[in-house]
Design a protein around this ligand. Structure first.
Ligand code: GTP
Length: 599
């Protein structure tokens, strides 16, 4: 294939501006699928993505396009997620491309993640092709949005295609712009193989499937390849490219192409996203720069509901990590929950998605502990420890001071809501840095905020206080000293380690009280009174009591027939499996999750 006829691009946008819809239209228009075969959001093929209507995983697809110049082009398109939690996924996809189509909603204009994505694309020196979407809507104002793109982002946008991804209007102009503006790949076909692994997935038939962008050289069935970072050498079993939601084998992938490789990869851990694939016998000189290692922002413990499933959970995590390089995990034990893993995530949405994927794709029942950020504990002996699990907090007498992570947040909002958003930021211990006006009606607020104030419900609060008009982007900005304490929850006088977490000292009382109230609702009454207490440094700050049960459950069956009685006991036994024994008290599994959802 002639390299000058290849275009590799990603579609990026702020959430809901219409990337996936545009990807669908492009697939339909280029005849890959007829409109009858078309189901909406073809590339969002994960069940979870369809349910939630969001893109979680980047997906690649190869398209043949007959351009107006009479030539046939091969377009490799990668649809990417929009939510800030999945930024890492975006930056990985971009590194495999030569250009990015930037979709901007004509009714909304430039939003926080529009900018965020532009910066990611510029990091990779990509050509940016702006596209104005949703012009079919009555409130669309394309000219204003074009000016915004030029003012705020600083790229030429007068000739940006103005389209409706929904109706298909002018989508052909997007394809023409891709062909004309995005540069063709430039790789040396005869040089040693050099390919970037930008994704991978575990398939029960094919084994590990790696997605690659070939920078130089070529690869075919039978080639002996080497993973440069891990040193693993494998024989290629199959190469191919991506159809919509499927793998299509081909003879060879060469410089400039995007496709997949399967090999006799036995050890899942020998492939690493970001690594360079080369030839075993003729390695290239230098590996590609790869990706920055991601810093998880949020940690929590994940435990199998049935402790016999520990090994299954380990296997599932290992396979899921292949497909989600931003997930990290290591084994830990909890007195309350037994053997499990401490896992790191990019945000709370990411955590939820991973938990759901583990439960659905690997058929596991899980219990998660309170999510928290990484604190730094400076001890009196001068050493510092990074704390990801609150249970490991040293005795207060050994602690000199503690620090918590802070972020730099950019919040875009229409001017009428600036006041209420500023108030929200103050409540969350934010420090005001400044404000810029983008036009008369919109502003960007800059704040420094503690990460643990924004990971839980900040996003929702932002939306509800601005009637959906505010958008947020943030990045980690170091640590700050802070007055933090560990809040423990005691059930029947025993500390439940899975419920301990670190809070800002001034919020401890409020938080503790709410958790006790919530737990009281969750724990079924038993034969004795159960005190539920919240404590800071062994000092009780809140208490609730689950009153003792008076009646025998079987009493109502008294004199009744024996099979009914049996059934009742049977049902209780079932229920017991979903219980956790804490000392002499049984706590329902769902309580662990529910008490964390406070607000
Ligand atoms: P994420 O994948 O979650 O990041 O979102 P996205 O940017 O891919 O947005 P998606 O394609 O899912 O579209 C969001 C919503 O906008 C959907 O309800 C679409 O039907 C709608 N939409 C997309 N394009 C258009 C358009 O041109 N006109 C109208 N009226 N609606 C559109």
């Amino acid at each position: 294939i002639d390299q000058s006829k290849i275009r590799n691009f990603s579609i990026v946008a702020h959430i809901d501006h219409g990337k996936s819809t545009l990807a669908d239209r492009i697939i339909e228009m280029t005849g890959l699928l007829t409109s009858r075969e078309m189901q909406s959001q073809v590339l969002d093929n994960m069940e979870l993505e369809r349910e939630r209507g969001i893109t979680i995983k980047a997906q690649a697809c190869r398209i043949i396009y007959n351009a107006q110049d009479g030539q046939e082009y091969i377009l490799n398109m990668i649809d990417t997620p929009g939510h800030v939690d999945f930024n890492y996924e975006v930056s990985r996809s971009l590194a495999a491309c030569d250009g990015a189509v930037l979709v901007v909603d004509a009714t909304q204009g430039v939003e926080a993640q529009t900018l965020g994505n532009v910066y990611l694309a510029l990091d990779d020196d990509l050509e940016i092709v702006p596209v104005i979407n949703k012009i079919d809507l009555p409130s669309a104002d394309p000219q204003r949005v074009i000016e915004e793109i030029e003012d705020i982002i600083g790229i030429e946008a007068q000739d940006a295609p103005q389209i409706s991804a929904k109706t298909g209007e002018h989508v052909d102009q997007v394809l023409e712009a891709i062909v004309r503006k995005i540069p063709a790949p430039k790789g040396d076909r005869n040089a040693p193989l050099k390919a970037l692994i930008f994704d991978s997935v575990y398939d029960s038939y094919k084994g590990v499937i790696i997605s690659v962008r070939i920078m130089d050289g070529k690869v075919r069935r039978g080639s002996r390849i080497k993973m440069m970072a891990t040193g693993a050498v494998e024989e290629v079993v199959e190469v191919g490219y991506f159809g919509p939601g499927q793998f299509i084998p081909c003879d060879e992938l060469d410089a400039g192409m995007v496709g997949y490789i399967t090999a006799s990869i036995k050890n899942v851990s020998s492939t690493r996203v970001g690594d360079t694939v080369t030839e075993a016998d003729r390695p290239c000189e230098k590996a590609l720069p790869g990706y920055k290692k991601v810093q998880p922002m949020v940690y929590c413990g994940i435990y199998p509901a049935d402790s016999a499933k520990y090994q299954d959970l380990r296997d599932a995590l290992e396979k899921l990590q292949l497909n989600d390089a931003s997930l990290s995990y290591e084994p830990e034990t909890s007195a309350a929950l037994g053997f499990g893993f401490r896992c790191g995530f990019l945000g709370l949405l990411h955590l939820e998605v991973v938990q759901e994927r583990l439960e659905r794709e690997y058929d596991l029942d899980l219990v998660t502990t309170a999510p928290g950020v990484v604190y730094r504990v400076h001890k009196t002996d001068g050493s510092m420890m990074e704390l990801t699990n609150p249970s490991n907090l040293p005795d207060p007498s050994e602690i000199d001071y503690m620090e918590e992570p802070v972020v730099r947040a950019e919040i875009m909002v229409t001017t009428e809501f600036v006041g209420s958003i500023m108030q929200l930021c103050e409540e969350r211990r934010g420090v005001y840095i400044g404000m810029d006006y983008m036009e008369q009606t919109r502003a960007v607020l800059h704040y420094r905020l503690p990460l643990n104030e924004i990971i839980y419900d900040f996003f929702d609060a932002l939306k509800s206080r601005s009637r959906g008009y505010a958008s947020l982007d943030y990045e980690l900005d170091g640590y700050q000293r802070s007055d933090l304490v560990k809040l423990d929850i005691l059930v029947n006088k025993e500390t439940v380690d899975a419920l301990s977490f670190i809070v800002f000292a001034d919020s401890a009382y409020e938080r503790g009280r709410k958790m006790c109230e919530k737990l009281k609702e969750e724990i079924p009454r038993q034969l004795f009174d159960i005190p539920i207490q919240a404590a800071v440094n062994s000092r009780i700050i809140a208490r609730e009591t689950v009153k003792a049960l008076r009646k025998d459950v079987l009493a109502k069956c008294y004199g009744g027939d024996i099979s009914r009685k049996k059934k009742l006991l049977e049902k209780q036994k079932e229920g017991k499996k979903k219980m956790r024994q804490i000392g002499s008290v049984e706590i329902p599994q769902k309580a662990f999750l529910n008490v964390l959802k406070l607000d």
